[in-house]
Design a protein around this ligand. Structure first.
Ligand code: TXA
Ligand code: MG
Length: 318
């Protein structure tokens, strides 16, 4: 059977939908599900074959490490070591849009493909009622990258998932649009906390909880992961950032008090802008390939994660 020949099931956000999604996951199939950040492409993290299929379906060029999702921090003990500053952050922010890169538990149940051979594993407890019910019903840790073809814009609706992966995955559980709209913040422990990816939890909140500032570490890092590549999250059209005005032929993706057909947040609210970002990029993609100019976005709070995604979307294409 070719990778594109599946009849992708669209499952409703009810008891039957959750039960079917959990059944498929336990059988080793790929199921996309909503979280508060973006839709994930889930598979049983203990099943090598299921995890290998994630890379195949996304067209990921390498076995990059994946984030493992569990219903509560109690479920971490079996797979990873949660202590010290990591435990403080887990207690402060889980469930929520925070991923922690923790030491792997020796001889644990996870497929080695999940952590791409590293001695660490990225884990998170999502704050999304439907995701929680699915993780409980599945009864196994679920590895899930964002449910988009490699290098493309992350999905914040079930339709985005289908646009990119229909026929390549068993099912999508439709829980409506994601509240946060961009991926989780990733913090590594080396052993001090370092910021590996800005995301849905503002770094200022993490620093406030720890009572100190934390360093960022991105490109050139030990892990060559897709969210850390220069060009990523890319629409088809070229993008120009920090644009105060739109040039002839450009389409303006606005922010704040500017006149734009698509405005991330006319009132200048960064949380609203984050929630709209990927949806608007998908929409611009569907509407043609005229270049996109983007208004300046303040670089604090959720603005840091928005600017990170915009820089990658605008980066020279490989
Ligand atoms: O919000 C999210 O985090 C979404 C939802 C579905 O949970 N997931 C997501 O996964 O964004 P993905 O695969 O698109 O991004 C995973 C990132 C990679 O960029 C990789 O750098 C990092 O997680 N990662 C995973 N395991 C790691 C590890 N052991 N060490 C360092 N980074 C790791
Ligand atoms: Mg991704």
């Amino acid at each position: 059977m070719s990778a594109d020949s599946l009849n992708t099931e669209i499952l409703a956000a009810d008891a039957a939908g959750v039960a079917r999604a959990a059944e498929l996951l336990r059988a080793g199939a790929l199921v996309s599900f909503p979280t508060e950040t973006v839709y994930g492409l889930g598979a049983d993290a203990t099943n090598d074959h299921a995890i290998a299929q994630i890379f195949e379906a996304k067209g990921r060029p390498h076995f990059n490490p994946l984030i493992v999702h569990v219903p509560s921090s109690d479920a971490i003990a079996e797979i990873a070591v949660l202590e010290g500053a990591a435990l403080d952050l887990a207690q402060a922010f889980w469930p929520g849009p925070l991923t922690l890169v923790l030491p792997l538990k020796p001889n644990g149940p996870l497929s080695a493909l999940v952590s791409a051979g590293l001695p660490t594993v990225a884990v998170r407890v999502p704050a999304h009622a439907l995701a929680h019910r699915l993780l409980e019903a599945a009864g196994v840790p679920i590895a899930a990258p964002s449910a988009n073809p490699s290098g493309r814009i992350s999905p914040s609706t079930a339709q985005h998932v289908l646009d990119g992966l229909s026929g390549r995955i068993a099912a999508v559980l439709d829980g409506g649009p994601c509240d946060v709209g961009l991926e989780s913040t990733i913090v590594g422990l080396e052993p001090e906390p370092v910021l590996l990816r800005p995301g849905g939890l503002p770094v200022e909140a993490i620093e406030a909880a720890l009572g100190r500032t934390i360093e960022g570490r991105q490109t050139g890092a030990a892990v060559n992961a897709p969210g850390q590549l220069e060009s990523h999250y890319a629409p088809n059209a070229l993008m120009r950032l920090n644009a105060d005005v739109e040039l002839p032929g450009e389409r303006l993706l606005g922010f704040g008090h500017v006149d734009a057909a698509l405005n991330l947040s006319p009132s200048g609210d960064l949380v609203e802008a984050a929630a709209n970002l990927f949806r608007f990029l998908h929409q611009l993609d569907a509407d043609g390939d005229a270049p996109i100019a983007v208004s300046p976005i303040p670089d604090h709070g959720m603005g840091r994660a928005i600017n990170d995604r915009l820089r990658r979307a605008a980066a020279p294409r490989g």
